[in-house]
Design a protein around this ligand. Structure first.
Ligand SMILES: Nc1nc2c(ncn2[C@@H]2O[C@H](COP(=O)(O)OP(=O)(O)OP(=O)(O)O)[C@@H](O)[C@H]2O)c(=O)[nH]1
Ligand SMILES: [Mg+2]
Length: 609
């Protein structure tokens, strides 16, 4: 067995927002991969539009820096639990990892998830306590908690022997002892060089596992992965081996390695390095590409199962086809199945209805990101309320359960515990820091979390943070009764006007502005009571001949409550749909007319009797 000492491969893992991408910024900037006068900004690796808008990483990405003559291949990963599949997918490319932990928050549920994966794969871990500049940093306690986590998760004694560094990623500073003055990020680089194992080179002809895919309009599919064995060069003949051990032959067109934000075209790349190879038609993540001399498949990447599902259907609203570029079943189906090529924890199934597909994902945000991406690409479709996926294990019906961590203030404990107990949550921990801050930990079925986020933000006035991670399956308990109020449903099509909306505001909150086009059955507001009521928001005031001194005074409407896509997904009930187009997000009743809805209610009552 050989090793090469000119490369190290590391993944950066952590709970959401603990500073991974910011640390990569510092590594890139300080290793001089940019020109001195080049404006590169912040969160450089979060290059996708939705990542920039939301300030979170969604997809794992590769980059590399040179330090003391060694190339460090870096994989930045997302920290949000919904994108855990990305971490599982790329972690096999690395020999070591930096585990970042926020100096105030300490280890969070996703810290445990990513560390468990890293340790199971035998990655050498370097702990980096980040954000040491935060005023209420509690470094000693965080170190103790990290130690507990290692004791619980380590698979061998030598994994307990890890290095700890301290950083302020935002300022680009790291130190080896807390309190030490720092000047740059070099202690992290030095620690990587000294401790991350050298990449192993297995002897034999070329072999690599495809861990990621990219596209280029000229070059086609780009297969990304770490070379395990041998070398690859442009125009080499390679074999693609897939799931069913089927093989096909290809000619590698170009071979690239990483440096900074660029891919460098190379004449040859060798085992131990992370490369991008073009020319391999139809290649998928999980395929092996290898030399025809020894074309054996490597074990495929195992990815956790999805926990929630919803339907995606062709838009059936009266406004169908007006705002989208891609509106047909064929286009919707093709787009959803294409997503499976890169979005490994997603599942798509045809249903009994040819116009509707069942899409399964790792959480509401996972699906919401797909919906938002498709809408921006010009797709128009309708989606149903997300549901938790139940399954049968050993003859028992089970449902997914999650650990929910809430950081909030003392005054909200009462309201939160009450809301959550209705959602079948059980409190498993409560810790107070003596300064009004409290961390609550619950175990809750996934179905109880659906629709919780917006209620949570409203009732704690945006002052709290919630995070949830999949825990496992438990016997399914009863339904959770929705305690959302009824909705105001447009009874006539047309343009909403101030007069009609003002009347509607007498019944509850409204969601639309004057001038909005509505159709019968569209949801235009929230009732103050439990049942739905039809309202005519297009109704005009009756004209009279008599002028009154007050009639011309403009009616002042309360501003509408405009819902984002995620809020709309959270809001709708089972008998409702969200209509998604590039221009609008509308909510509607599944049955559009009042008489249809009445008939279905009485049919449901009859069937209960
Ligand atoms: N005060 C302080 N803030 C930091 C530090 N490092 C990162 N941040 C801030 O923390 C926030 C989150 O940083 P990111 O780098 O996006 O975190 P991340 O771990 O990549 O987040 P995800 O990829 O979404 O999981 C940003 O607002 C950063 O500016 C630090 O050392 N000190
Ligand atoms: Mg990030």
């Amino acid at each position: 067995m050989n090793y090469r000492n000119d490369i190290r491969n590391i993944a950066i893992i952590a709970h959401v927002d603990h500073g991974k991408t910011t640390l990569v910024d510092a590594m890139l900037k300080q290793s001089k991969v940019f020109r001195d006068n080049q404006a590169v900004g912040e969160l450089i690796m979060d290059s996708n539009t939705l990542e920039r808008e939301k300030g979170i990483t969604i997809m794992a990405k590769n980059t590399a820096v040179m330090y003391r003559g060694v190339k460090i291949n870096i994989i930045d990963t997302p920290g949000h639990a919904d994108f855990s599949g990305e971490v599982e997918r790329v972690i096999s490319m690395a020999d070591g990892c930096l585990l970042l932990v926020d100096s105030v928050e300490g280890p969070m549920p996703q810290t445990r998830f990513v560390l468990r994966h890293a340790l199971q794969r035998g990655l050498k871990t370097i702990v980096v306590i980040n954000k040491i500049d935060r005023p209420n940093a509690r470094i000693d306690e965080v170190i103790r908690l990290v130690q507990d986590l290692f004791l619980e998760l380590a698979t061998s004694a030598d994994q307990l022997d890890y290095h700890v560094l301290y950083s302020n990623a935002k300022e680009g500073i790291a130190v080896t002892e807390p309190g030490m003055p720092g000047k740059d990020i070099s202690p992290i680089f030095d620690c990587i060089l000294a401790n991350v194992p050298l990449p192993r080179i297995e002897s034999g002809p070329f072999q690599m596992l495809v861990s990621n895919l990219d596209y280029d309009s000229h070059k086609g599919r780009i297969a990304i992965g770490r070379i395990l064995r041998g070398k690859v060069a442009p125009r080499d003949t390679v074999v693609r081996v897939n799931d069913d051990e089927n093989m096909d032959y290809h000619e590698a067109a170009e071979v690239f390695t990483y440096l900074g934000l660029k891919r460098l075209k190379v004449d040859q790349a060798e085992a131990g390095d992370i490369v991008a190879v073009t020319g391999i038609d139809k290649v998928s993540i999980g395929d092996t590409i290898a030399s025809p001399e020894q074309p054996a498949a490597l074990p495929r990447i195992e990815i956790g199962e999805p926990t929630i599902e919803m339907t995606f259907g062709v838009n059936t609203s009266p406004f169908a086809g007006r705002e989208g570029r891609f509106c047909t079943t064929r286009q919707l189906r093709a787009r959803l199945y294409k997503e499976l090529e890169t979005n490994l924890s997603l599942r798509v199934q045809d249903t009994d209805s040819p116009d509707t597909f069942l899409v399964k994902g790792r959480g509401e945000l996972h699906l919401a990101i797909l919906i938002e991406t498709m809408r921006r690409e010009g797709y128009e479709f309708e989606i149903s309320k997300p549901e938790a996926i139940t399954k049968v294990i050993e003859g028992k019906l089970v449902e997914p359960v999650e650990v929910l961590t809430i950081d909030t203030r003392d005054e909200y404990i009462g309201v939160l515990t009450e809301m959550l107990s209705k959602r079948q949550a059980r409190m498993i921990d409560m810790r107070n820091d003596g300064q009004d801050n409290v961390r609550l930990v619950f175990q809750i079925p996934t179905k109880g979390l659906l629709g919780f986020r917006s209620a949570f933000l409203t009732s704690t006035r945006g002052e709290s943070i919630m995070n949830s991670v999949f825990l496992g399956y438990e016997p399914r308990r009863g339904e959770i009764v929705s305690n959302r109020n009824g909705v105001l449903v447009a009874s006539e099509p047309g343009n909403a006007i101030t007069y009609g909306l003002n009347n509607a505001q007498g019944r509850g909150l409204t969601f639309i502005e004057p001038g909005t086009q509505v159709y019968e059955g569209m949801i235009v507001g929230l009732n103050t009571r439990l049942q739905d009521i039809p309202v005519n928001v297009c109704k005009e005031k009756k004209k009279t001949n008599i002028r009154s001194s007050t009639s011309d005074i403009a009616v002042k409407l309360t501003p509408p409550l405009k819902m984002s896509l995620e809020q709309a997904i959270d809001f709708v009930n089972r008998d409702e749909l969200v209509e998604v187009t590039p221009k609008n997000i509308r909510m509607r009743k599944n049955l559009l007319t009042y008489s249809q809805r009445l008939r279905s209610i009485s049919a449901a009552r009859l069937s209960i009797k």
